[in-house]
Design a protein around this ligand. Structure first.
Ligand SMILES: C[S@@+](CC[C@H](N)C(=O)[O-])C[C@H]1O[C@@H](n2cnc3c(N)ncnc32)[C@H](O)[C@@H]1O
Length: 271
């Protein structure tokens, strides 16, 4: 398909959605992909952009997406018809991968990203579009909340100031009783690297990522925010090579290393 949309309409943190889309789509295009996502491939090929500036493709974003899909499926199996909120959804195609006929899907991102979604993705009645900042609580009232809500934030919180993340977590737990939150975090050494300028290539520097959280910090969230009753470290699905190596995988839980790696947290809110 010939590219028809200019990806340069996305800037700053919004352009990072082209980085994660590229990684999922390149993975989906492989002969034996770990993710099945023809719509991501179509989006990727339709958006004209210098994707190579993000450096070599990596399977990490596909693995993270698969973990989020599994959380959504499990939530919907327990609560058919529940809402799933995707904060900073970017050009994710999770709604189509999860394929749940009952879900109400709330998509939150900034207007320039929503404009690309509107232009390139299929219209779906069950998607509620919120072109707003995740930090602007106005989207809370768009969420059908008669059932426990699952909130997914993939690749988002690291770009926020720490106080903004803690205040948002507090407000989410208060507003969506019985709900849960899936989010990923970077460790502080990586955050520091981005603050001093992390180049993925000679043409691309990542935006600063000021918020970091390690495994110990995630485990301590319930002490800080009592309405978050538990947190769980989410294991990544098996990938290719080192990502599926049965000897290397346990290293992720080795005492010294476990607090130095990126992590995914599943947090449960009080009823
Ligand atoms: C790294 S991308 C992740 C996109 C998607 N979640 C994924 O995993 O592919 C970060 C996304 O966060 C969005 N974003 C940045 N600041 C935001 C904000 N204040 N509110 C909502 N979305 C925001 C960007 O527009 C971008 O789509």
């Amino acid at each position: 398909m010939a590219p028809t949309v200019d990806g340069n309409t996305l800037e700053g943190v919004s352009a990072t959605t082209l980085w994660t889309l590229r990684n999922r789509a390149e993975e989906a295009k492989r002969p034996h992909p770990i993710i099945d996502d023809p719509l991501a491939v179509e989006l990727y090929e339709t958006i004209d952009y210098d994707y190579d500036k993000f450096g070599r493709p990596s399977q990490t974003h596909a693995l993270r997406a698969l973990a989020a899909d599994a959380a959504a499926r499990e939530h919907l199996a327990r609560h058919p018809g529940a809402a799933v909120v995707n904060l900073g959804e970017g050009l994710q195609t999770s709604f189509w991968r999860v394929q749940d006929p009952t879900v109400r899907w709330v998509s939150v991102d900034l207007e320039p990203v929503m404009a690309v979604r509107r232009r390139l993705l299929p219209r779906e009645e069950r998607i509620i579009e919120c072109p707003t900042s995740a930090l602007d609580r106005s989207w809370f009232d768009r969420v059908p909340d008669e059932q426990p809500v699952l909130i997914i934030a993939e690749g988002l919180f690291m770009y926020f100031e720490p106080d903004d993340v803690w205040n948002l977590l507090t407000d989410l737990a208060a507003r969506f009783p019985g709900g849960s939150l899936f989010f990923d975090s970077i460790p502080s050494w990586f955050s520091k690297k981005t603050l001093s300028g992390l180049n993925l290539s000679d043409r691309y520097r990542t935006p600063p990522m000021p918020f970091s959280l390690n495994l110990a910090g995630a485990a301590a969230i319930p002490q800080r925010i009592p309405r978050i009753v538990s947190t769980q470290d989410v294991a990544m699905p098996k990938g290719r090579g080192a990502w599926g190596n049965p000897v290397l995988r346990p290293l992720a839980y080795a005492p010294v290393l476990k607090n130095l790696r990126p992590s995914v947290t599943f947090a449960r809110f009080a009823e």
